[in-house]
Design a protein around this ligand. Structure first.
Ligand SMILES: Cc1ncc(COP(=O)(O)O)c(C=O)c1O
Length: 370
């Protein structure tokens, strides 16, 4: 289908950065710098200073960032980990792969973990909480960190969708024992393929994750210190991501501008519930990795928008605990179930023009006036 408004416009995004990307790729390739070399180290140190943390370890994906965080923190069989069902399946999959048991709580109006529900599900087996900062907005980290410290629980942040977002002036990923990010191409900082990073202020944990990502090898001596994995971030990806990271603050501002455009015209429609608008002052600094609204007659609206040439995504039309294969059907999460019938993600990317956003808004208005 030939869309008039793409959800993410990869070709345009690439063309705008083409010469810089080529220069970075050429430098890496001509120097033979492919695995665990300077470009990776530079990118890790750039991300660490952007987030204000001590260590950043580049990985092949956000999924491995979460998984290696869990197993390095010693989580496994017999442990319970609290998280949400309204997330990408990877958040819960890694808990299961670590051998621990996922305990799912519901989300609130902003699609993030309803922190008020957390204490009600804590048992003697609870060891960790994974808050997911969905769509580029943080969970209420003050309340969550208080609960975690009161019950001596580890916090591993799933910040895959929240690079650059902050709460009370502190960046996503810098609150917990680790913060986990994804560079999947559609993310706010997207690679030319898969990638991820884990950040932490804990030196020992950083060393453990660095070993685990590279087959347990200590590069300086060649000694194998533990059984590990191949979870490394490629040098080429790191070089590409470093080029893009320079633009991230500018891209975040543009996303907030676009969110404001959507908010201005959609918030008056009774059939649409918009996400919290960007605050110039206040506790939340949202980066709008996704612009997700709740809509009446959602499925018909999505069909209509597609007919108009607007690419739409639904994350997620079926709540995770309703997928039989996952064995999570004993959870009852009414808000998660309700919003899965209502949510849709409108086009949100830094290539989109104001006119395109206005076209999306006008199309939504036309649908409800029919
Ligand atoms: C909330 C969330 N958690 C985890 C992940 C996993 O990241 P990756 O796809 O890089 O493995 C994603 C990526 O889509 C995500 O959105």
């Amino acid at each position: 289908m030939n869309y008039k408004v793409r959800f993410v416009d990869y070709p345009l995004h690439y063309h705008r950065l083409e010469s810089e990307l080529y220069a970075a790729i050429k430098e890496a390739l001509s120097g033979g710098d492919l695995i665990m070399r300077q470009q990776l180290q530079e990118f890790e140190s750039n991300i660490a200073s952007f987030l204000g943390v001590d260590y950043a370890i580049g990985l092949n994906s956000g999924t491995d960032a979460l998984y290696l965080s869990l197993i390095s923190a010693g989580l496994g069989s017999g442990d319970e980990v609290i998280t949400v069902a309204h997330t990408f399946v990877a958040t819960v999959a890694v808990i299961v792969h670590s051998g621990a048991t996922p305990i799912l709580v519901d989300v609130g109006e902003d699609f993030n973990m309803d922190v008020e529900q957390v204490e009600g599900v804590i048992t003697p087996s609870t060891k960790a909480i994974i808050p997911v900062h969905l769509n580029g907005r943080l969970c209420d980290m003050e309340k969550l960190m208080n609960i975690a410290s009161k019950h001596n629980l580890i916090v591993i942040e799933d910040a895959a969708q929240a690079l650059g977002a902050n709460f009370d002036g502190k960046k996503a990923g810098s609150f917990g024992l680790t913060g986990c990010f994804s560079f999947y191409p559609a993310k706010i900082l997207g690679g030319a393929g898969d990638g991820g990073i884990v950040v932490t202020n804990d030196k020992k944990l950083a060393e453990k994750i660095s070993l685990l990502r590279d087959h347990g090898r200590q590069r300086s001596t060649g000694d194998i210190l533990c059984y590990g994995f191949n979870s490394r971030l490629d040098n080429l990806q790191a070089a590409i991501l470093s080029v893009k990271l320079k633009y991230l603050p500018e891209w975040i501002e543009r996303r907030r501008e676009l969110a404001m455009l959507y908010e201005k015209d959609l918030s008056s429609l009774p059939q649409i519930q918009t996400p919290p608008p960007p605050q110039s002052q206040g506790r939340y600094f949202d980066v709008y990795t996704n612009y997700v609204v709740r809509a009446q007659k959602r499925d018909r609206l999505v069909d209509y928008l597609k007919e108009c040439g607007i690419e739409i995504l639904i994350s997620w039309p079926k709540p995770m605990h309703h997928h039989q294969a996952l064995g999570l059907s004993h959870f009852q999460l009414p808000q998660t179930e309700r919003i899965s019938k209502e949510v849709l993600s409108l086009p949100m990317n830094t290539e989109i023009s104001n006119e395109q956003v206005e076209f999306v808004i006008e199309s939504i208005r036309n649908f409800y006036m029919k």
